[in-house]
Design a protein around this ligand. Structure first.
Ligand code: C2E
Ligand code: CA
Ligand code: CA
Ligand code: CA
Length: 280
């Protein structure tokens, strides 16, 4: 029994070691990912239900690791946030997304989509955030209303007053602000009035069980009613089925995003879609 215990103990600490090493390796690799061109953006369309047109796309980071293959954002974004690497990564994503938008505008598409870019809380602790964002827009000669910044309510709550001021400046510049994963954090509804928000994104967890689950139905209806009162536009995330879509449309949701229409896809696939611009 003694031997067994020792063995387990060794095994256990060995495992911890391996995990810690793996994590350290991930950090180091992530640091090099930008310069090694291992990061790309995938774009997922947002469909306006009234017109069935793609009016916006959300930029989502993808990491192709040379040995480990593709690593999901849910694994590397938290590491980037904890290490501060999210600053260079976030800046890269903004530049890349804006350069793509420039490209779509130049290529004579009938209606180039707005670009939604995810921002982390840490990016909102930069004093120069607004200047940085405006410099990227200027560099690409993009009108600020092409850009939407997505931020979660949890991120805003880390330093509400600073966030509010930065969001106000961004909005005053003409950039749209979208509140991501709405309903999953614990912000108070009064923040919806205090923060200069344009769009609410209903989190996928509330969409998944539509229309069968009475609680989900009640929550989504309440969010849509609230948004209407506050004159915010609403995007439902994670729409996968026709039934979910029909419900959301009947309830007056403006925009949907999800696998039912499109998965996030590389630039060339989205370009082809936009060129075809076929309403459903
Ligand atoms: P998010 O901002 O909530 O993005 C939506 C996520 O839902 C994406 O996962 C997307 O691929 C996925 N999704 C979209 N439609 C469906 C659907 O119909 N069904 C299901 N099951 N999933 C759907 P992804 O790309 O893995 O990104 C995960 C998270 O990583 C994002 O969640 C966001 O928080 C973060 N992230 C991704 N790119 C960036 C970035 O450039 N900057 C920052 N700060 N965070 C990012
Ligand atoms: Ca998002
Ligand atoms: Ca989301
Ligand atoms: Ca999310």
């Amino acid at each position: 029994a003694k031997e067994e215990g020792g063995g387990l103990c060794r095994l256990f600490s060995g495992e911890i070691h391996t995990r810690r090493d793996a994590r350290l390796k991930l950090e180091q690799d992530l640091e090099l990912a930008v310069e090694n061109h291992e990061l790309t953006l995938a774009y997922q369309p947002q469909i306006e239900l009234a017109s069935r047109r793609i009016v916006a796309v959300e930029a989502l980071m993808r990491w192709q690791h040379p040995q480990q293959g593709s690593i999901t954002p849910s694994r590397f974004i938290p590491v980037a946030e904890e290490t501060g690497l999210i600053l260079p990564l976030g800046h890269w994503a903004l530049e890349e997304a804006c350069s793509q938008t420039r490209h779509w505008q130049d290529s004579g598409l009938p209606s180039p989509p707005r670009m939604a870019v995810n921002f982390s809380a840490f990016q909102f602790s930069q004093g120069t955030l607004v200047e940085n964002v405006m410099a990227v827009l200027e560099q690409r000669q993009l009108a600020p209303d092409c850009l939407e910044i997505e931020i979660t309510e949890t991120a805003l709550m880390q330093d509400p007053e600073t966030s509010r001021q930065l969001l106000k400046k961004l909005k005053d510049c003409g950039i749209s602000i979208s509140l991501d994963d709405f309903g999953t954090g614990y912000s108070s509804l009064s923040y919806l009035k205090r923060f200069p928000i344009d769009v609410l994104k209903i989190d996928r967890t509330f969409v998944t069980d539509l229309p069968g689950d009475a609680e989900s139905v009640a929550i989504v209806r309440a969010v849509l009613a609230l948004a209407k009162q506050l004159e915010l536009s609403v995007v439902a995330e994670g729409v996968e089925t026709r039934e979910q879509l029909d419900f959301l449309e009947d309830e007056g949701c403006d925009l949907v995003q999800g696998y039912y229409f499109y998965r996030p896809a590389p630039e060339d696939e989205i370009t082809a879609l936009l060129a075809a611009d076929s309403p459903f």
